[in-house]
Structures are given as structure tokens and as C-alpha cells.
Ligand binder design. Sequence first.
Ligand code: BEZ
Length: 212
Amino acid sequence: MALHIGSIAPDFTQESTEGTIHFHQWLGNSWGILFSHPKDFTPVCTTELGMTARLKSEFDKRNVKVLGVSVDDVASHKRWLGDIEETQHVKMNFPILGDADRKVSKLYDMIHPEWNDTLTVRSVFVIDPNKKIRLIITYPASTGRNFQEILRAIDSLQLTDKYTVATPADWKPGEDVIIAPSVTDPKELKEKFPKGYKELKPYLRITPQPGK
Ligand code: BEZ
């Protein structure tokens, strides 16, 4: 069955560079990112994994656990990690699943056979503490992902979970947000948005980011 935003992230058990991962148990009460890499010893993946390791403290700050997946086995990943550390000047600090049997890649529909029937595309699944898929991004193998955008999207998800707001185009943390159209009661508006708001249209109301 196709995975959608709102689907429960399928559970699995698979080996990784940091031992066996029982996915749901491993996630615990954290948010999670599961992201695929077409193959070991490939250039774009090498930069992406290095970047993710460099951003570990940013993911930690947001209570997000990061898990990579690539269709080679753990022994191959471990050889590759040395290259990543050497060329990206970073110590690897999160697990990568060995998925030589394509169990996870298939479960998450990361192989798009019209492009290649054995390698994965660059998929990103952001999963919340209830194990629900909250964001899906798919990039082709030749385009490295923007990890600042992934962090920004997680900031938006976590903010909009906490307050009845949405974030506008190109929003960055600290900037104004949009009041959810569901909030119409004047008393509720005053309580939830004490700093006030600007009504450009009845459906487009801008307010300073709550909690700042
Ligand atoms: C890469 O990671 O560089 C890559 C992997 C598969 C196809 C194209 C590029």
C-alpha cells in the first residue's frame, strides 16, 4: 500500500552500522528521519551523509533521530564510512541500515523502477513520536538534498503541532506565521495570539511566531 502523509511508518527490523535496529523501538518517543542513499561509494551520498553528521546537534535539539539506508550491506557501509569521514572532515554519528535484501527500500517504496530497478532514489520520511509519517520528499539520485530545508520543515511541523498556525512560503524560524483558518472565535484569537494579528483577508491572518 502506498505510504502517505498521515500513514503509520511501517515497522521493520534490519541490521545497521550500529547494530540491529527494531525501527519503532529505536525511535522511542523521538521524531525520526529515514532517508535513502542510492548506493555506497557514490559522490553525492558521500556529501549528504557528511552533512547530516555535521548537523547532528541540530537534529538532537529538535529531538530527531536520523537513520540512513543504502542498498549495500553493513560491511560495505563500514568501509565507506572511512571515506566519508576523510573527505567530509566529520565523525559519523548515526546509523545506516544495510539493506542488501532491499527490505526497507521496498517497504518504503524507495526504488523507482522507471529510473533504476535496484538502486533507491533519494527519499526522506519525517516521522513524528506517534510513528506517523509527517513529510515525504523525493529527489532524484543526481540531486543532493538541502538539509537546511529538512530542518526548516521539521521546525514548521513542530511549531504547527504546538500552536494553531501554519507557516508561509519561505518561512524561517522567528518570522511571522499564519493563523489557522479554523480559529475564528474572537475570544480564542485573543487568547492564542496575544500579540495581535494583521488580517490581509479573512483567510489570511498574519501573527508573530507564538512562543518567541
Ligand atoms: C551519487 O550519490 O553520487 C549518485 C548515486 C547514484 C546515481 C547518481 C549519483
